[in-house]
Design a protein around this ligand. Structure first.
Ligand code: ADP
Ligand code: ZN
Ligand code: MG
Length: 489
């Protein structure tokens, strides 16, 4: 096929449809059905016992902490948390010593949830069920692939580690949206402290189901499931590659087959795995050795009570405090992502303008030490700026020094000799510049094209900045230019 990095011309007229299945390891002290430690790393086959090795006669006992964690996750994902049963999913694989995986099929712990992305989009969750992890096999020789290997090794330390599998509906429409979704899930998992959600260590694993359809259609076409994606960057690349591959097939009067494919990071492509012509017959049946779980309203209330404020709520609280305008949504999301929403909220509560606060947090506080900034001093700085004592450019410089030294904005401004220009000074500067560029000014006044006006305004702002060596306040200049243009029209 031709270049497959999802080039936009190739995707013209096509929409990508993605549904993710995300496995997260719960950070419980012990495994799901035995008392072996749940620990990453460690000498192979040291954290094992008869139960997680599936030896005859051993019986499972459910880890209460794992169930608590899973229910907490369910509520954080806005799910209905219900009474559940465990099922056996039967298949033979060397890393599954019992020859079945204990999972939940008919009555999963969590169903019908949702995740809200920073963009505001709500993505539906079908279910988030509990299951046990498998062991890990490694194939020695032959490039690590099973077919050409000389021999294989298996480590059961991971066998029986508790997982929640979050099955998302096919609501995602681009690789970037899929990335935002995974990153939001990771933030939620960390906020509620049920998983360390590290893609690199495999404690969060993402399988991406990808299909394409003509723009405007709502059909669900044949999907491929991509495995072996170990980072957000690979996720984006893998989805873009796969979507382009599907488009390429349709463009050539062919079509994709439903199959599992593996992401090849070095090759930058997906490769066909074993093809699944018919879906596997796992002969599921309910696990006879484990009891049915009952969940009461009081259980749910207790979980909800203990939930911390989640990223989506934090974004909303901050946005509301800052005045709620949609144009601040992105800055509010950045503030939460950087864990600076507490600082922003405190500064706003101390009387600083929400818009300026969020703008500084988004643009000027992506620096080390920003979290130590005193909210009261930050608020003072913003007040000096909105009060006209400092220009936006000066405020930015003062802020940088505040983060470094912890000094007050008044002291820093005085030491630097910052005084904002007063309006009469700005007026006379503008007079001179407009006179010197009379033709350009006439064109600006006459222009009706938004983009063109912006460009021409930029020229005049630049001239003012040059003339004042950056002392002028960009916003004041913009306001003055706009007022003069309106008057001249
Ligand atoms: P199954 O019943 O085979 O398990 P599901 O319908 O439950 O399949 O979907 C499994 C995963 O695949 C879900 O994450 C879902 O969002 C996703 N998915 C289903 N159909 C499509 C499609 N046409 N394109 C992309 N993803 C899809
Ligand atoms: Zn064990
Ligand atoms: Mg299904």
């Amino acid at each position: 096929m031709s270049s497959a990095e999802g080039s936009s011309s190739e995707m013209q007229g096509w929409e990508t449809v993605i549904g993710l299945e995300v496995h997260c390891e719960l950070s419980t002290a012990t495994k799901l059905f035995c008392s072996c430690p749940n620990a990453f790393g460690g000498e192979p086959n040291t954290n094992v016992c008869p139960t997680c090795l599936g030896l005859p006669g051993s019986l499972p006992v459910v880890n209460g902490q794992a169930v608590d964690f899973a229910m907490r996750l369910g509520r954080a994902l806005n799910c209905t948390v219900q009474g559940s049963v465990f099922d056996r999913k039967n298949y033979f694989y060397p890393d599954m010593p019992k020859d079945f995986q204990t999972t939940q099929l008919a009555a999963p712990t969590n169903i019908d949830g949702s995740v809200q992305l920073p963009s505001g989009k709500v993505c539906r969750i079908d279910r988030a069920h509990i299951e046990e992890d498998t062991g890990k096999s490694s194939h020695v020789g032959g490039d690590g692939r099973i077919h050409d290997a000389q021999y294989s090794l298996v480590d059961y330390n991971r066998a029986g580690v508790p997982l929640v599998e979050i099955v998302g509906e096919p609501d995602l429409r681009s690789a970037e949206e899929a990335r935002d979704y995974v990153s939001e899930l990771r933030d939620i998992l960390m906020a509620i402290e049920v998983s360390d959600a590290k893609m690199e260590e495999g404690s969060m694993r993402v399988d991406a189901n990808v299909s394409v359809r003509p723009v405007g259609s709502d059909e669900l076409r044949t999907r491929c499931e991509i495995k072996n994606v170990n980072s957000l960057r690979s996720l984006v690349r893998a989805i873009e590659y796969e979507a382009a591959r599907h488009v390429d097939l349709y463009d050539n009067n062919d079509k994709p087959r439903q199959e599992t494919r593996h992401w090849d990071e070095a090759g930058g492509r997906t490769r066909s795995g074993r093809s699944k012509e018919d879906s596997d017959d796992y002969r599921y049946f309910s696990e006879p050795d484990l009891p049915k779980f009952v969940v009461t309203d009081a259980d749910i209330a207790a979980i909800d009570e203990a939930l911390p404020r989640l990223p989506a709520q934090r974004r909303k609280v901050l946005l509301d405090a800052a005045g709620g305008s949609d144009k601040l949504a992105e800055s509010a999301a950045l503030a939460v992502e950087r864990d600076l929403d507490g600082l922003a909220l405190d500064a706003i509560a101390a009387g600083a303008d929400g818009d300026r606060v969020l703008t500084h947090v988004a643009n000027n506080l992506a620096v080390e030490g920003a979290e130590n900034l005193a909210a009261a001093l930050f608020a003072d700085l913003v007040k000096m700026e909105t009060g006209g004592e400092l220009t936006a450019t000066q405020a930015k410089q003062v802020l940088a020094e505040m983060v470094e030294t912890g000094a007050t904005p008044a002291d820093i401004a005085a030491a630097r000799g910052f005084e904002a220009m007063d309006n009469s000074e700005l007026d006379s500067t503008l007079d001179g510049i407009i006179e010197a560029n009379a033709d350009a000014w006439a064109e600006l006044v006459a222009s009706d094209d938004k983009k063109d006006i912006k460009k021409k305004m930029g020229f005049f702002t630049g001239e003012v900045m040059k003339a004042t060596k950056g002392q002028a306040d960009g916003r004041a200049v913009n306001e003055a230019l706009t007022a003069r243009r309106n008057a001249a029209k």
